[in-house]
Design a protein around this ligand. Structure first.
Ligand code: HPA
Length: 298
């Protein structure tokens, strides 16, 4: 039985960060978490230092096909990035604190901007498999029901006890992402991501409910990481790759398979890479003053 750790002490984050720092001479300022089927984005990273997550102290290990469990530190365009190829999920038996450990380690490494990607179902009837959605906001039922990753003693070094969540997904970076897509000849959606615990896909009745709540896409990750990143003053940008349409009636039987999710993810990678690279190359410099959750502003 996996040990579920609901509170992680400060020294665990530091030990993981120290381990990574000793294995690279690069100082990444952007973190990138790659969702299901999107792992091949690491092939774009130049001059890469690769660290297996199995060797990092306290690091939760991915158990899911399509999530490699590697950290790749190198250059993407003008930027030095740390790419996590393979995240862990709550449904694997990890606590939300463990799921979000990589974000806090990124913070200790000096990262100020994170880009979170995921595979998602399209709740919005207009969405098609192969679309990319910029995350405008999220609905996070596990968090509302007591599994918010910020539960437990607050580590003030990371952020305030009662953080705001109004602009979790950075408006400037979102706008920039759309501009870059237009320049590259395609458009992206923008909408509300519903973050469930999974691992079962949604029932048709749940799909209708989530739609009524205002959700546009649904998946099993991202919101916990976004909250922990925003809490600590980072800029957050999120993308959902729509790998399937959500099925909203029991008369229509069509299986959503993990293999299909991985396949669609791979088709989306070239467009997603162009947007991420473009955003990072043109983003304004990080300014802690504009981050209302930064500890000094809290
Ligand atoms: N639901 C939840 N998670 C997903 C889906 C879905 O339809 N597709 C890819 N990840």
């Amino acid at each position: 039985m996996m040990q579920e750790i609901t509170f992680i002490p400060e020294n665990h984050y530091r030990e993981a960060a120290d381990f990574i720092e000793q294995r690279t001479d690069k100082a990444p300022t952007t973190g990138l978490i790659l969702g299901s089927g999107l792992g091949s984005l690491v092939e774009e990273i130049q001059d890469a230092d690769i660290i297996s997550t199995t060797s990092i102290p306290h690091w939760p290990q991915s158990t899911v096909l399509g999530h490699e469990g590697r950290i790749v530190i190198g250059h993407l365009g003008k930027n030095t990035v740390l790419v996590l190829q393979g995240r862990v999920h709550f449904y694997e038996g990890y606590s939300m604190a463990q799921v979000t450990l990589p974000i806090r380690v990124m913070k200790l490494l000096g990262i100020n901007t994170v880009i979170l990607t995921n595979a998602a179902g399209g709740l919005d009837p207009d969405y098609k498999a192969g679309d990319i959605m910029v995350i405008e906001d999220h609905i996070f039922p596990p968090g509302l029901a007591g599994h918010n990753p910020l539960c437990g003693p607050n580590l003030g070094m990371f952020g305030p006890r009662f953080p705001s969540a109004i602009q979790t997904y950075n408006p400037v970076l979102r706008k920039l992402a759309h501009q870059i897509a237009e320049k590259n000849g395609f458009t992206m959606r923008e909408g509300v991501y519903v973050s469930l615990s999974g691992p079962a896909f949604e029932t048709p009745a749940e799909v209708r409910m989530l739609r009524a709540w205002g959700g546009n896409a649904v998946g099993m990750s991202t919101a916990p990481e976004a909250l922990v990143a925003y809490h600590t003053g980072m800029r957050v940008l999120g993308f959902s790759s729509i790998t399937n349409k959500s099925i909203d009636n029991t008369a229509h039987y069509e299986e959503i398979t993990h293999e299909e999710v991985l396949k669609l993810g791979r088709q989306i990678v070239p467009r997603l890479t162009a947007v991420i690279r473009g955003v990072l190359d043109t983003a304004p410099p990080y300014d802690p003053e504009t981050s209302e959750n930064h500890p000094e502003n809290g």
